[in-house]
Design a protein. Structure first.
Ligand code: FAD
Length: 450
């Protein structure tokens, strides 16, 4: 354990995972001292097995490293802001083509050493925190498998209905990749706004082919501790529902009633409804299509849906244990709790999804917890950056259907001008704009501390 230096500005961080370590690092860069509490090695979640910090619990890949790819851009923004997670990733990189993959032991060892040896950070290992009482500025970064005692405390703080324990999300597609010659706008029985729903109609032959593909597609492996997830009827995977019988989907998520085709005014044999995911209408989710198929199988099978032949997926459907907050209206875009702004949340539990995204929220929460400790105004990243777009999703996403989100271009602020040259040119323009914004703010953000 380090000696804590004399410093009035102090914060507490709970959880030395990806978000907690990034938050500690950034807060310390802002000149604030940090007490970091981690329950390992005394107690572990079902997915954590190592003693080091920032343990990668599954894949060793931090996904694409190309900046015209959304998560690649996020990585570049974090790197520019001297993220410890990015520094460790580059130090422990292993060859993986255009992806950034790491040697997980070296990755964790690098971060552990940097955190433990930082003069402003004091670590308390084997300490499970279960209370958020008091007025200490605190960042809760305990991850998707937060210990039960602390989960109970959080539920008490924000209300039972705002804390979820599993993630059963349907895929989300890019609005521009939908074929509007086939898909048509309408809400069932004409109720509500017609533009809220797009409908993909099937003939019987199309349904038969889709049905066969769905019931024979490959599913992702479940972790032992997640196997009881399937007991929740409300989040039954679409492929499991399909296996109950040929008719089940036709009376469930694919029922065509109340949605006549604009061309014939007759009902199709089956319909998949897409619901608008954000205000801009840049993303749509497949209603009732929570799934446990592997990502390549989702791409193959769901592209058989008429109108989605060329669909680009902003996120694939997932089903896994995941403690997360229904954040819009509960958290601000600086990741602080609206009802108790001295408490910040960071990581997967805020409604971001993925290793890099968790680090990103740790960066924002760490900087803002430090600013609060120093009596400074919060710093809100704009949605022109991927870091800010994720924070904006957390603060202002759709609370009626809030789902954890990967980095993707559907959540960033639209470009001021239309860019010709297709998706790659458009993504390049997003990246140029974001990087110039981060270059501009970088020195100003940390100038008071360094
Ligand atoms: C099984 C599983 C597999 C995943 N696979 C991937 C993947 O392959 N790729 C990907 O990008 N994302 C994956 N994720 C999603 C997510 O990116 C990771 O969970 C990521 O580690 C989240 O970072 P975090 O900092 O929010 O939480 P974590 O990295 O889990 O860190 C939380 C830390 O808090 C500690 N802790 C918990 N409760 C307490 C407490 N009460 N007191 C003190 N300490 C506590 C834990 O021991 C842990 O060290 C996966 C998630 C799960 C659950």
């Amino acid at each position: 354990m380090n000696e804590l230096p004399e410093n009035k500005s102090h914060i507490r961080i709970i959880g030395a995972g990806l978000a907690g370590c990034e938050a500690a690092w950034q807060a310390a860069r802002c000149g604030v001292s940090v007490s970091l509490y981690e329950m390992k090695p005394k107690k572990r979640t079902p997915a954590h097995h190592q003693d080091g910090y920032a343990e990668l619990v599954c894949s060793n890949s931090l996904r694409s490293n190309e900046i015209y790819n959304a998560v690649g851009l996020l990585k570049e923004e974090l790197r520019m802001l001297d993220s410890i997670v990015m520094e460790a990733a580059y130090q422990s990189r292993v060859p993986a083509g255009s992806a950034l993959a790491v040697d997980r032991d070296r990755f964790s060892a690098y971060i552990t050493e940097k955190i433990k040896s930082h003069p402003l950070i004091t670590v308390y290992e084997g300490e499970e925190i279960s209370s958020l009482c008091g007025d200490e500025i605190t960042v809760v970064a305990t991850g998707p498998l937060t210990s039960p005692a602390l989960s109970k405390e959080i539920a008490g703080l924000i209300g039972d209905k705002s804390l979820y324990f599993y993630d059963a999300a349907a895929p989300i597609v890019d609005a521009e990749s939908i074929n509007y010659d086939t898909a048509f706008f309408a809400s069932r029985y004409g109720k509500g706004e017609a533009t809220d729903y797009l409908n993909c109609p099937f003939t019987k032959e199309e349904y038969d082919a889709f049905y066969q593909a769905l019931i024979t597609a490959e599913t992702a492996e479940m972790h032992e501790f997640e196997k009881d997830l399937t007991v929740f009827e409300g989040c039954m995977p679409v492929e499991v529902m399909a296996k109950r019988g040929y008719q089940t989907l036709l009376f469930g998520p694919m029922k065509p009633v109340g949605l006549p085709l604009p061309s014939t005014e007759k009902e199709a044999y089956a319909i998949v409804q897409l619901r608008r995911e954000n205000n801009q209408g840049s993303m749509y989710n497949l209603v009732g299509f929570q799934t446990h198929l592997t990502f390549p199988e989702q791409r193959r099978v769901f592209r058989m849906i008429p109108g989605l032949e060329n669909a680009e997926f902003h996120r694939y459907g997932v089903m896994h244990r995941n403690t997360y907050i229904n954040s819009p209206g509960v958290l601000s875009s600086d990741y602080s709790l609206i009802s108790a702004p001295h408490i910040f949340f960071a990581g997967q539990m805020t409604g971001v999804e993925g290793y890099v995204e968790s680090a990103s929220s740790g960066l924002v929460a760490g900087i803002n917890a430090a600013r609060r400790a120093k009596g400074e105004e919060p710093y809100i990243f704009t949605s022109e950056t991927m870091i800010g777009a994720l924070a904006n999703h957390v603060g202002f996403g759709n609370s009626a259907n809030f789902q954890p989100m990967n980095a993707n271009f559907g959540i960033v602020a639209p470009l001021e001008k239309r860019v010709k040259g297709g998706k790659k040119a458009r993504n390049d323009a997003y990246a140029v704009r974001a990087i110039s914004h981060i270059s501009y703010i970088k020195d100003r953000l940390f100038s008071s501390a360094e």
